[in-house]
Design a protein around this ligand. Structure first.
Ligand code: 13P
Length: 287
């Protein structure tokens, strides 16, 4: 059964580790992440962007697929199904269709409107026992058509949004979606420390998990980050493994063109990457 992300994140914050939010794109992705979480005895958050939701055939399809996998694969670790960078309308739709957690990304609205809309989403989510993530300070880069400039969040604004009753808060601290440019200055950990001081026990979310050096990730966790979003890294290892299979001509050997064979190296590569992240984030055996 899907669960709200609140309890796993509160535990992570108190225990100074982080839960991986792994974006999923299709059946192989969802299955690979769930099986790895079970093997690692780790809680996990499956992230679905609006674009990925559309790609997979709509939110209802995603909910059906994930619930089916939980049941048939006998997944017993806590799993939340979370809308990533949701619009106001998208968040409402996902709550109605069975997601257990939503992010409402109101960072494009003026702060007053962000607050009003966030409050409404919180009210709807609470009625259903679902968790809510809000964002202050746009995350840089582009993800599925959602573009941000990489602002650094104002800690006072973070406190204002945290006090509305969200369950987790994403704050821009120089993080960017996708691969970091060679001249990237790194995370602004001083601002993160200020945000944590003002928001106390609120689990903080680090977007753009791909390519942040391990020691910086660990420092961010020690400063209150309890959820780390990873998408691009899984896409890259999936593509690399698939490319290798085809370049080695394996699709021409026997029935190597069968999608169950063709997509297996990519599937295994995602599993390995997710395991690596769960070890780094410290969530192994925390189910
Ligand atoms: P990356 O694609 O950089 O890993 O970021 C993922 C993310 O933040 C999803 O919200």
């Amino acid at each position: 059964m899907l669960v709200s992300a609140k309890e796993m994140l509160d535990k992570a914050k108190a225990g100074k580790y982080a839960i991986g939010h792994i974006n999923i794109n299709n059946l192989e992705w969802a299955k690979a992440v769930l099986l790895t979480a079970q093997e690692c005895n780790s809680p996990v958050i499956l992230g679905v962007s609006e674009g990925a939701g559309k790609y997979m055939g709509g939110y209802k399809t995603v909910v059906g697929m994930v619930n089916g996998l939980l049941d048939e694969l006998k997944i017993t670790v806590p799993v939340a199904l979370h809308l990533d960078h949701g619009s106001y309308e998208g968040a409402i739709e996902c709550l109605e269709k069975g997601f257990s957690s939503v992010m409402f990304d109101g960072s494009k609205y003026p702060i007053e409107e962000n607050i009003e809309k966030t409050k409404d989403i919180i009210r709807r989510a609470k009625e259903l026992g679902c968790s809510v993530e809000a964002e202050v300070g746009a995350i840089g880069g582009e993800e599925d058509g959602v573009t941000g400039n990489g602002e650094v969040a104002d800690p006072q604004e973070c406190k204002m949004i945290a006090d509305l009753g969200v369950d987790m808060l994403a704050a821009g601290i120089g993080n960017i979606h996708g691969v970091y440019p060679p001249n990237w200055k790194g995370l602004n950990l001083d601002v993160l420390a200020d945000i944590q001081k003002l928001t106390g026990t609120m689990p903080l979310v680090l977007h753009g998990g791909t390519g942040i050096p391990d020691d910086m990730v660990k420092e961010a966790i020690s400063l209150g980050v309890s959820k780390i979003n990873v998408n691009t890294e899984c896409q890259i290892v999936f593509a690399e493994a698939t490319r290798k299979y085809i370049e080695e001509g394996k699709d021409h050997e026997k029935k190597g063109y069968d999608p169950r064979k063709l997509l297996k190296p990519g599937f295994e590569a995602i599993k390995e990457k997710v395991k690596e992240k769960m070890i780094l984030f410290g969530s192994v055996d925390k189910a």
